[in-house]
Ligand binder design. Structure first.
Ligand SMILES: Cc1ncc(COP(=O)(O)O)c(C=O)c1O
Length: 458
């Protein structure tokens, strides 16, 4: 009854992100009502393992009392303090200091946002301000990767390379450019890391030349693992090669860690595994484990000092009412305590188990590729392993596989071309990881029986 009336109210009033509005009206909402650990429950009482941690964000899992307590305490004491007018709050200052302490290299300065999109958007403004401060305002062209996702703000949507974010929205702008993704499984040069790295470097160099040389190019953006593009893992050494090339060309290197930071791939920052120090990092999601919204831009000494000197006594005109929100910061501190108190370690162990479990599915007739790092993974389905033929589009793999997994008690992300994404909470138990694998195998077996898939397999 409750659920039915909610479905109707939702249909009439709530606009859902990145949905077919008509499709959603027809399908109706699935209402989630509670969560504990790695498990969520829906309005019918059905329990599911959340193999996607909400939207790759509830890294600490549901029902963490210390986080709830931290938020309540802060709300009672001081629910809001602006960062404008030289004001501040203790949790925001402490969180910034603790994050700077953990961040790679000299990324010592933190600008807090409300999420990932406005973190990326902030970097676009900071990058431009940086080059103005350096007296090089003509360095105003931005380069990102195909299959990249950098949020849904007006500027970020054009850095994003997913067609649905462009069509009808008038982006990308003429200063936003793409080069091919390293995508090892589908790279025309094959899967050899050295070949992929050489190719990506050549592609960036060619793009820079096409844009008028390094004196026109402001920044290059990359995710350590391309999440929303289908969990695409560049070969080891790729990030470092691209970082070094950008340094050589005097192009800022911005690493978008909105998904990968805070234990998703193992450590607090995925780029520390790549052995690089970027000019800026964007984060969100795991920063607060999504208990409340918050994102953060990490800024290097070079970028910070250049902007500060460039502005001198003038204000750097960038700010949000809710930047450095004290409740979000208090939650961030409590979540960091959890990460450092054993959660990262558990995530590392469970990540190994998840990767091994997914690799055990490689013998399934539909599994073409298994990839990932830590608690971030994907399998790519194909009807012909040699030719790497994607599932037939007419079989609508995204909804069919998502629905099937749901029925099996598992939340996953199903991408349109037959990629299944995994990002379970770091608190998962061994039994939960095993259940994710077992339920996935059941979903694959059912999909193998679909008449259209059987025809395509022949
Ligand atoms: C790499 C990356 N950047 C930016 C964003 C945007 O973050 P948000 O949805 O919090 O605005 C996302 C979201 O998934 C992301 O994966």
């Amino acid at each position: 009854m409750l659920s039915n009336s909610l479905v109707e109210l939702d249909r009439r009033h709530l606009i859902h992100p990145v949905a077919s509005w008509r499709g959603h009206e027809a399908a109706g909402v699935r209402v989630l009502t509670s969560g504990q650990g790695a498990t969520v429950r829906d309005a019918s009482g059905k329990e599911l393992i959340d193999g996607f941690a909400g939207l790759w964000c509830v890294n600490a899992g549901y029902g963490q009392e210390s986080v709830v307590e931290a938020a309540m305490k802060q709300m009672r004491e001081l629910p809001y303090a602006t960062g404008y007018f030289g004001l501040g709050s203790e949790p925001a200052i402490r969180l910034a200091a603790r994050l700077a302490d953990h961040a790679p290299g000299d990324l010592n300065h933190i600008y807090f946002t409300l999420g990932g999109s406005d973190a990326v958007d902030s970097t676009v403004r900071f990058v431009r301000y940086f080059w103005h401060a350096r007296g090089l305002p003509q360095k105003d062209q931005f380069v990102t990767l195909e299959y990249g996702y950098h949020g849904s703000s007006t500027a970020g949507a054009g850095l994003t390379a997913i067609p649905a974010f462009h069509a009808g929205f008038g982006v990308p702008y003429d200063w936003q450019h793409k080069i091919p993704s390293p995508y090892p499984y589908r790279n025309p040069v094959g899967e050899n890391p050295a070949d992929i790295i050489a190719q990506s470097k050549a592609q960036l160099l060619a793009k820079v030349e096409e844009l008028g040389g390094p004196e026109r190019v402001a920044a290059f953006y990359a995710e350590p693992i391309q999440g929303s593009g289908g969990v695409i893992v560049p070969p080891k050494g790729w990030m470092k090669a691209m970082r070094d090339l950008c340094a050589e060309l005097d192009i800022l290197f911005v690493v978008d860690e909105v998904i990968t930071a805070f234990g998703r791939t193992g450590p607090l920052f995925a780029c520390s595994e790549d052995d690089i120090v970027p000019d800026m990092i964007t984060t969100a999601k795991g920063l607060t484990s999504a208990y409340v919204p918050m994102g953060a831009v990490f800024m290097s000494e070079k970028v910070y000092q250049t902007i500060a000197d460039g502005a001198g006594k003038a204000a750097v005109g960038h700010g949000y009412t809710y930047s450095a929100h004290p409740v979000s910061a208090a939650v961030g501190l409590a979540v960091l305590d959890l990460y450092e108190g054993g959660l990262l370690e558990n995530g590392r162990r469970m990540g190994e188990r998840l990767q091994a479990g997914l690799h055990s599915l490689k013998d399934h007739p539909l599994v073409g590729d298994v990839r990932g790092r830590g608690m971030l993974a994907a399998i790519e389905l194909t009807t012909d392993k040699a030719k790497k033929t994607p599932l037939p589009a007419a079989s609508v793999p995204s909804t069919r596989i998502f629905d099937r997994a749901w029925d099996a008690g598992l939340v996953i992300r199903a991408f349109a071309w037959g990629v299944i994404g995994y990002a379970p909470p770091l608190c998962c138990t061994e039994a939960e990881i095993d259940a994710i694998i077992e339920r996935t195998r059941n979903v694959l077996d059912l999909t193998l029986e679909d008449p259209d898939v059987r025809v395509a397999l022949r």
